[in-house]
Design a protein around this ligand. Structure first.
Ligand code: NAP
Length: 556
């Protein structure tokens, strides 16, 4: 059954990464006419665009996959502890093939605008080429880290070499062998790319503004026995993950770092360090909430930096000192620190030697000209709101989303925003999103939206909007919870601090995935408390179907 006649689709989904893919599958399975538009030429989102050397997930492969279909879990085998970008992209393609998703996705099509028409209760979605389509509901699946951020360095346009952002890496690869390469930025992307680029380039200059805490990934192949064990345990493991704070089935400690002896603390830190991965952050329960507990972990990691890096001055420059570990997104690496022991790698500290200009042949930093052939921008993203606000989204009375969110995003549960009826945001700001295993966060949102649409359909309703009151209450809760965490102590994309002029507010919900899902379920059980439900004004005139707009490339 479909909702209405006279519109092109019941639901338009914007984006076909992991969120859009599952949205297409879930909504279609429930009988809705759904169509997705995707800027890339295939599925995969983040994993379609991020093809830089060393790109790998920081969630273990045993946790990083869809769980909506037990058979899908069984028929995909991961090769290593942490999945690489090519392997994850293969997985996304496998899912698209298995569920025949591509027939409901138009690729090479960037959505430029989505406008709500109050009279007809429809969304008009316009692609970059100008083609339009109308739908009852609009669901954004644009990713939290997809709007690339390239700093406005003076003279950048003059540079005669190549400039590439890690999040928009050429599909044919970049010739790095024997060339003079710079990487600007030392977040997760830079920290993964730097060791790989250093192996190929004649010389690598790393421009670092803020040193980052990074932990050894200790990636390794999975044995066939491990692969079997993982598959045998999927059902229970994912059920535990669904109730957990991070959407990952792992031990969540109950002991404070302050309640054990120094020797015991070091023993635990050493064992987590040796184990590798982000579990180090779960050495004790209060690393993310208590500055004193956090300082123990921060100091331990700084000592490791000094141990691995040969030159004490370089080690000091690589040591984060002005924010707590985990307040910026923790990074995972393979040989990042040791890379600075290579003779062909130099670290430039932008705090003491800022970039004065990019010239035709390189970068002028401090009092030096550094000749370069390739500049790699590992400079991050306008996270969580950028991809939404770079489109022209307008709600009731033509209200632009950018105006509504002028002082920072306002959402109810990160799923909806007042003034924008029938618009759902998958992993929107104010939801756990990037602080949870994101595929699980996506599934939870899509399932919640699908249940909500069924609820409306069963009652002959076709309009839903978050109330301003519910949104304000949720916003207050998001801020109250964040005040008990340490994220506010760092200038990171979690709080919008990486984008000049962006309002400084906590973007993800920090209260934990399991707690958040329960809250969503309560809202459902209470008949969608905090939302205004109603009938729309009936069927719309048929709109123009989106054809094959020209490929306009990636917004960035
Ligand atoms: P990021 O964490 O925001 O790091 C950007 C880096 O660029 C920072 O070092 C930043 O310095 C620097 N930078 C930004 N603007 C600059 C400027 N004007 N001049 C000099 N330096 C500048 O971005 P990212 O590394 O792409 O990672 C973003 C997020 O994507 C991660 O936190 C993670 O959630 C996700 N990610 C995950 C993986 C993985 O799964 N392993 C891999 C890549 C990305 P400041 O710190 O001083 O701002």
């Amino acid at each position: 059954m479909t909702l209405t006649e006279g519109i092109d689709y019941d639901i338009v989904v914007i984006g076909a990464g992991f969120a859009g893919m599952y949205a297409v599958h879930a909504f279609r399975s429930r009988g809705y006419r759904v169509h997705a538009y995707e800027a890339g030429s295939d599925v995969g989102g983040t994993w379609y665009w991020n093809r830089y050397p060393g790109a790998r997930c920081d969630v273990e492969s045993r946790s990083y996959s869809y769980s909506f279909d037990p058979e899908l879990l069984q028929d995909w085998t991961w090769s290593g502890r942490y999945p690489s970008q090519p392997e994850i992209l293969d997985y996304a393609r496998h899912v698209a093939d298995r569920y025949d998703l591509r027939r409901d996705i138009t690729f090479d099509t960037r959505v430029r605008s989505a406008w709500f028409d109050d009279r007809t209760t429809t969304w008009t979605i316009t692609a970059d080429g100008g083609d339009q389509v109308r739908a009852r509901y609009c669901v954004t699946a644009v990713g939290c880290l997809s709007a690339t951020q390239v700093p406005r360095l003076p003279g950048l346009e003059r540079f005669r070499g190549e400039v590439h952002h890690t999040g928009n890496w050429p599909h044919e690869g970049v010739g790095l062998a024997g060339r003079r390469v710079a990487v600007i930025g030392t977040g997760s992307s830079g920290i993964q790319a730097i060791p790989e680029i250093a192996k190929q380039a004649a010389h690598l200059t790393v421009f670092q503004r803020t040193p980052n805490f990074t932990l050894p990934a200790r990636n390794r192949p999975m044995t066939p026995l491990e692969q079997e064990e993982v598959k045998a345990g999927y059902t229970e493991s994912r059920a535990r993950a669904r109730r957990s704070p991070a959407g990952v089935d792992q031990p969540y400690p109950t002991i404070s770092a302050k309640d054990v002896s120094e020797a015991e603390r070091l023993r635990v830190f050493e064992s987590k360090w040796a184990e590798g991965g982000t579990r180090f952050m779960a050495s004790f329960r209060d690393i993310g909430t208590d500055l004193e507990a956090n300082a123990f972990a921060s100091e331990f990691v700084r000592a490791k930096i000094a141990e691995v890096v040969d030159d004490p001055a370089v080690a000091e420059r690589l040591s984060p000192r002005d924010y707590p570990i985990g307040a910026k997104r923790i990074c995972l690496d393979t040989d990042y620190l040791a890379t600075f022991n290579r003779p062909n790698v130099e670290l430039v500290d932008l705090r003491t030697d800022p970039i004065a200009a990019v010239t035709e042949s390189g970068v002028r930093a401090g009092d030096r000209d550094i000749p370069l052939d390739v500049i790699v921008m590992a400079t991050g993203y306008d996270a969580m709101t950028g991809a939404l606000l770079r489109m022209d989204i307008r709600g009731r009375d033509g209200l632009p989303l950018g105006a509504r969110w002028h002082d920072g995003p306002q959402t109810y549960l990160g799923l909806a925003t007042a003034g924008f009826p029938n618009l759902f945001l998958i992993t929107g700001p104010g939801s756990p999103s990037v602080l949870a295993m994101v595929i699980m966060a996506i599934e939870q949102h899509v399932d919640w939206i699908a249940d909500c649409l069924d609820h409306l359909r069963d009652r002959g309703l076709d309009r839903i909007e978050a109330t301003e009151q519910a949104e304000q209450d949720w916003g207050r809760h998001v801020n109250d919870v964040a005040a008990t965490r340490l994220y506010r102590h760092a200038n990171s994309w979690y709080v919008g601090a990486n984008i000049p002029g962006k309002p400084r507010v906590i973007l993800p919900y920090t209260g934990g995935f399991g707690t958040y899902s329960k809250r969503c379920d309560e809202v459902t059980r209470a008949g969608y408390a905090g939302f205004r439900l109603g009938p729309g004004d009936g069927p719309a005139e048929p709109g123009a179907q989106i054809g094959r707009p020209r490929h306009v490339g990636r917004q960035g």
